[in-house]
Design a protein around this ligand. Structure first.
Ligand code: GTP
Length: 347
């Protein structure tokens, strides 16, 4: 079975981090999320992938090529204009089989496909939507299902106490080819807003299957940070890109950590990072490769992509910095998200 990965969204909510890269390529614990996703699909026997591109297509194409470096085969589609989630699926029609998977490539999850695929086979619907349970459904579109799992309707952002369930669309679908005939070609179409309601209205079988395990849409700054903390806390059981030197402290190759520096777990440090004396890193910090953190700097609940420079004595709390950002000496930043080239935040 082939999987279509939807990776062409603008990622507006994650700006400015997505100003220069597609959201699924945002690093999670120093590794592009899309790598984790592709490797999980491969582990579960999905070796033929199609990636639907729109924004910064070369970023993804040059990274994955034909997929052979990752042990899978990858084809690409490229949209002239954004076609939305369903439009992108329709656009890939010639590359898809009779039954296929479609996934939002920006959802961080630990995927267990087998139960979802079995459910789909047993129920024989046109589409089975993977569902995930959330505590507060008022911010999402929730589903109302029959006992057999057939979806009756979607309720957008229900008021407190009025939600028919706590189950929301997890952005992972098993589809039969017939679904494609419901999607008009050449224009923007959303699966949630148009295609699924139309399928339900037509009487086609639209089922929902509650999936177990970790799920987080990393579409906002807060959730992007949370994914990291969940990975470091091992609530999200994906491999951490580094050697665990002490409990909760992962360090890459060729790092130089000053004897007077303090690492407070959980912390992940990439390759060739230099940390000066008196610096305090963590709790909850992810430092990309080739970063330099000078003496007496303090970082807490902060993520830093590659090649950043933190000058002497800077204080950073709940921040995210894109590649090559420089933080000036003794700067104090709280809840900042910066993605500009070097010297953007200097004194
Ligand atoms: P926001 O702009 O912040 O809403 O993000 P987004 O549009 O990138 O993501 P959203 O959650 O709305 O989309 C879900 C998934 O579908 C993401 O993986 C997107 O990359 C993808 N996607 C959304 N729109 C398109 C599109 O027009 N074309 C393609 N190929 N993929 C899309």
């Amino acid at each position: 079975m082939k999987a279509l990965l939807l990776a062409g969204g603008l990622g507006t909510r994650l700006r400015p981090l997505t100003e220069q890269l597609p959201k699924p390529m945002a690093p999670v614990a120093n590794r592009p999320w899309l790598e984790y996703l592709i490797l999980q699909l491969k582990e579960q026997g999905i070796m033929e992938l199609v990636i639907a591109l729109k924004h910064y297509p070369d970023f993804i194409r040059s990274h994955f090529g034909d997929g052979s470096r990752f042990g899978v085969s990858i084809a690409y589609t490229l949209e002239d204009k954004a076609l939305g989630t369903a439009g992108a699926i329709k656009h890939a029609e010639s590359l898809l089989g009779d039954r296929f998977l479609a996934l939002n490539a920006d959802v961080v999850q630990r995927i267990d496909l087998l139960p979802l695929l079995e459910f789909h086979r047993e129920h024989g619907g046109a589409v089975t939507i993977g569902l995930t349970e959330v505590k507060d459904p008022t911010q999402f579109g929730v589903v109302e299902r029959t006992r057999s799992g057939r979806i009756l309707r979607f309720v957008e952002k229900p008021k407190k106490g009025e939600a028919p369930s706590n189950l929301i669309n997890a952005g992972i679908y098993v589809m039969e080819r017939e679904v494609l005939s419901f999607i008009p070609p050449g224009r923007e179409v959303s699966v949630e807003r148009e295609t699924f309601p139309e399928l339900i209205a037509s009487g086609a079988g639209v089922y929902g299957f509650p999936m177990k395990g970790y799920w987080m849409d990393m579409g906002t700054h807060e959730r992007y940070r949370q994914v990291h903390w969940d990975l470091l806390d091992r609530k999200l059981l994906l491999p951490v890109n580094g050697v665990e030197r002490r409990t909760g402290i992962w360090i890459g190759h060729e790092c130089v950590i000053g004897s007077g520096a303090l690492l407070v777990p959980p912390v992940l440090i990439g390759d060739r990072v230099r940390i000066g004396d008196g610096a305090v890193i963590g709790p909850y910090a992810v430092i990309g490769s080739d970063c330099r953190i000078l003496g007496e700097a303090r970082l807490e609940e902060t993520i830093m992509w590659d090649r950043c420079l933190v000058q002497y004595g800077a204080r950073l709390h709940q921040c995210v910095f894109g590649c090559d950002t420089e933080i000036g000496s003794r700067h104090v930043l709280y809840d900042a998200v910066v993605n500009r080239m070097r010297k953007a935040v200097t004194a």
